[in-house]
Design a protein. Sequence first.
Length: 201
Amino acid sequence: MRGISKTSISKSAKIGKNVKISDFVTIGNNVIIGDGTIIESGARIYDECRIGNNSIIGPNSILRSNTIIGNNTIFGSCSVSEGHNQIGDETTIHAQCHITSGVRIGNHCFIAPFFIASNTPKISDGTHGTKKTKRGKQLNTIIEDYVRIGICVSMTPGHTIGHHTEIYQNCLITKDIPPYSIIKGGKDQVGRKIGKNSENL
């Protein structure tokens, strides 16, 4: 009986120096992984993804095609990028986050568990399942640099969160948020501005 391969790496993937790849990892075609990066057990990285240097891809996480992750970034366990996304340098995406396609997340961000970004305003558009169809209208999401997002935050499609913003837990974001804002208390409630010289930033 032939042994079962624990890890599958495409021959076209480019793996940098001192990369650590755990068991049960799948790495697709034309993936680029930078030096010193760690790919933990069960991660699946689809075709054409790019991961920078010294980053960590957590256990059982999924990066669908054309996900770009910067340097020194953590993509947490059981989190999903649905592809065609960009995540910057020195950013943490914590466990069990869902980043739908068409999302751009900046540098030096922190996103706590159970964050959800959506991109389709009408869930009834298109045909679902395996049948091929035109997709519904997609609205892209932008999270600028130095944003901090608490646990269980969700965003409706097509909004921008300005740089240096803090969003408290259990908030629903349904509109653009200006830079240096504090959001708390449920839905889009913009509190005081964070000073540009805040010691916390």
